[in-house]
Design a protein around this ligand. Sequence first.
Ligand SMILES: Cc1cc2nc3c(=O)[nH]c(=O)nc-3n(C[C@H](O)[C@H](O)[C@H](O)COP(=O)(O)OP(=O)(O)OC[C@H]3O[C@@H](n4cnc5c(N)ncnc54)[C@H](O)[C@@H]3O)c2cc1C
Ligand code: FES
Length: 245
Amino acid sequence: MTGKRQVARGTFVVGMRAPEIAAGVRAGQFVNLGWPGGPLLRRPFSVYRAEGEHIEIVLKVVGAGTAQLLAMEPGDRLSCLGPLGRGFDFGNGGRQAVLVSGGLGVAPMLLAARDARAAGMNITWVHGARTAAELCAESDGDTVIWATDDGSQGIQGTAVAAAPDADVIVACGPNRMLAAVAGRWPGAQVAVETYMGCGTGVCLGCAIPLQRGGYDRACKEGPVYRAADVDWPALPSHLPYAVTI
Ligand SMILES: Cc1cc2nc3c(=O)[nH]c(=O)nc-3n(C[C@H](O)[C@H](O)[C@H](O)COP(=O)(O)OP(=O)(O)OC[C@H]3O[C@@H](n4cnc5c(N)ncnc54)[C@H](O)[C@@H]3O)c2cc1C
Ligand code: FES
């Protein structure tokens, strides 16, 4: 680990040196982190920034593993597996990309802005949170339309309601928000969050229910899906059980 800083209430950015990952990562991909004395299973985190030999992740403490990670100090060693999963695809372009994020869904959006720009697109980014204190307001120069549920910063309401239509929509946030994205833009690309085990397609611990029936592995075929392809009612909007493995 190379450093950590607080960016919003309960939300931190953690940096680490990972040259191969920094060089190859695409927006929406994630790393699986392990550390000495950590949980048996690695913990997945979207890559937030990639510059030179370094990457950053956004970290919110929800349990024992994330608490240990936050307690680490610069110089402590992490094992970092990645980049993993299938990221956002800006391949066929279009002229305008709209990025929609809520809460921790900010995590893949700096790279999404970078990758969309590299594909020649204009970007509109709408980022929402419950309240101003929980809004991670880093943007690397992109203009962001802020939205808060209580109106304490930017537009009052959700990021989904505040976002305009566009050729390409990419979104990340709580599953309940992504279900709303699917309702408004069935063709949007959404980065889904779920429990994970191996992170490499082996354990089947990351099943995503599909609209056509059956399941996909979020770590391999995802975590980015076409919004209409996910069976949202079958996917918990809050992950319901507490397991620390
Ligand atoms: C592809 C992907 C990208 C992610 N990106 C980020 C990120 O950028 N920043 C970040 O802070 N977190 C991210 N997460 C979530 C993060 O991996 C979990 O919060 C973490 O694994 C929890 O570990 P823990 O040991 O602290 O909690 P545990 O002790 O395992 O669980 C504590 C509580 O957190 C809940 N929980 C566990 N896993 C998740 C999860 N995946 N999502 C929501 N709640 C969970 C449990 O239900 C339980 O109530 C991502 C997850 C995935 C699958
Ligand atoms: S986390 Fe093991 S198959 Fe996806």
